[in-house]
Design a protein around this ligand. Sequence first.
Ligand code: COA
Length: 702
Amino acid sequence: MNLEVLNGLLKPKSIAVVGASATPGKIGYTVVKNLLDSGYEGPIYPINPKRDEILGLKAYPSVLDVPGPIDAAVIVIPARYVVQVAEECGKKGVKGLIVIASGFSEVGRHDLEDALVSTARRYGMRVLGPNIVGVLSNSDKCNASFAPILPLPGKASLVSQSGALLIAMDTATYTRRVGFDKLISIGNMSDVNFADMVEWLSQDENTACISLYIEGLKDGRRFIEVSRKTAKPIIALKSGVSAHGAAAAASHTGSLAGSGKVYEAAFQQAGVVHASDLNNLFDRTLALSLQPPMKGENLLIITNGGGVGVLATDAAERYGIPLRFAPEDVQAELKKHMPEFGSAKNPADLTGMAGREWYEESVEHTFGHPWVDALTVLYCETAMTDPMEIAKAIKAAVDRSGVTDKPITVSFVGGERSERAMQWLVEHGIPAYGAPDVAVNAIAALREYALTHEAGQGEFHPYADVDEAAARAIVAKVRAEGREMTEIEAKGIFKAYGLPVAQTILATTEEEAVKLAAQIGYPVVMKIVSPDILHKSDAGGVKVNVKNADEVRAAYNEILANARAYKPEADIHGVAIQEMAPRATEVILGSINDPTFGPTVMFGLGGIFVEVLKDVTFRVAPVNEAMAAQMLTDIKGAPILAGVRGEKPRDRAALAEVLSRYSQMITDLGDEIAESDANPVIVYEEGQGVKVVDARIILKTK
Ligand code: COA
């Protein structure tokens, strides 16, 4: 993408306001006034056919009448006139359109939005919006919006899909003490989308952390790709997770994907840190914009109060960084700065007697110790201490320690003096929060950031020994016959991708069934094969543990009779004779074709784990074996695969390969497969492999 063109939108050197108004209360008035009030240094051209002057600036009837070049045009006229204005902007050579006007796709006027974008494309212009608040940038002294004021200056930049939320966050930056360089409203994303913004902000020298409020992504795969390449932390609050995917849940996997799990997975793959709510977005953005990632696992907490220490300890456990005791030498150092009755464990309790020296010395000496990967300093306001002095002591200690590659967060619990001290800390680069658990949550964000980046997710190298053509031939046959795919056919496709399917052969007569059973070896499983009967057990179409020829004959006839009774009009191909895989740990693999992210793979333990506990994990496909191995540890039931209560570990390496091959299969055939699953897949002891017992593929409707 040409980032230069986006400069025209986001760092414009000159701005026209089309629909500028001299009437206070109109958006066209507010935008011009905001540009003036924010101290914008480039030329501002109000465009209004009825006025010569607006807010002391010369006004022009059209952009075509403006003498100088125009980088960005802010458009604040009713939607029905916007395309015409875009045409004029194109002729003028405007680089980008900031379309504040509403009344486009959000109210069903896709025609107007499409015309706007195609006009812009014809002239090589980019479009931000429509239906946005505008763009605010402290470093460019530019408030090209109708939000009240430039945000509190800082190192993060926020991109918001909701305009109202952006306005609300704008003024809240002052009360929340979280600074932003830019606030960008992205609205309908008719052209410029989140991936573009991440790409542009990642090279913006005034942005250290990219903060996103997302309702829905448009190009999920590109978002993942661009975000992974970004060297800056990205944090996202995703709303509306509950509704996602609920529409097209034809399979088990589809219904399990409904709870925002695909977004969760995609964010993890993209290296995006998750925010749980709006407060959390602010708090974590502050930490990510001021502090480096937490590269190891050891968090040391220093406190002057037991209560806040316990709250912080609970939070650490909750947010996945359980506290460990520091080594002897760290404890010995801490003991020098506390009374006899203090505690040098973790949290280190300097006690209520702690003054500025104890804080300063204990922070300085522990922060520099190699065991300590991160520090959280807690302080309860006491009568003997001045919070500002403690704040300055902490900052001085951090500076003297010389540490710049480990994070520190602070929480002061107290009144106004503590508030002022925390403000001072934030202004000096140390994130400070009013509650101990929030300070720990901020550290957890820095840990998550490090972990998503450390994770050996790497490249996916496709398996070369797969037979895509054979798989496509099966699909083509099923499509030509206009029916559902049978289990045997699905297994054929799995097999073409090197997946270890339980041998399954179709018998069309009783005699053939007996012959095949002997060939496969007793005992066998027998199942009805009919594209019209997908829930085979419900139809009485499955017999397991069939031990000899007599039983095969009986089962063959019973299955056919049951199936005919269940669905008289069903097209019955015959009965599948299948090797009976010995029992072991059962898992399920599944896939959906997510509307945002495309082919997506699911993994979980079988039985109640999936049915009741919904203990499953997702990844956007394809996944390499390292990523697949991570999926195996994601689920709560992971210890079952690792071997519990004296049981031997399961063959996780073989399972990871199966998952990876399966993810390649659904990716290669992403244009054909809507959903699929392998359920159950039996996982044997280490070294003994994996067996796919049942397989199902649902094709896309074309
Ligand atoms: N070129 C230049 N100026 C034009 C024009 C054109 N083609 N057509 C009209 N104008 C002028 C109007 O004469 C008017 O100026 P005036 O005050 O001197 O009369 C000004 O532009 C604005 O047009 P007007 O018709 O009065 O519109 P408005 O101010 O009532 O509303 C919008 C315009 C864009 C603000 C409104 O249509 C809208 O979309 N509001 C919602 C914005 C929003 O909420 N965005 C999303 C936030 S999440």
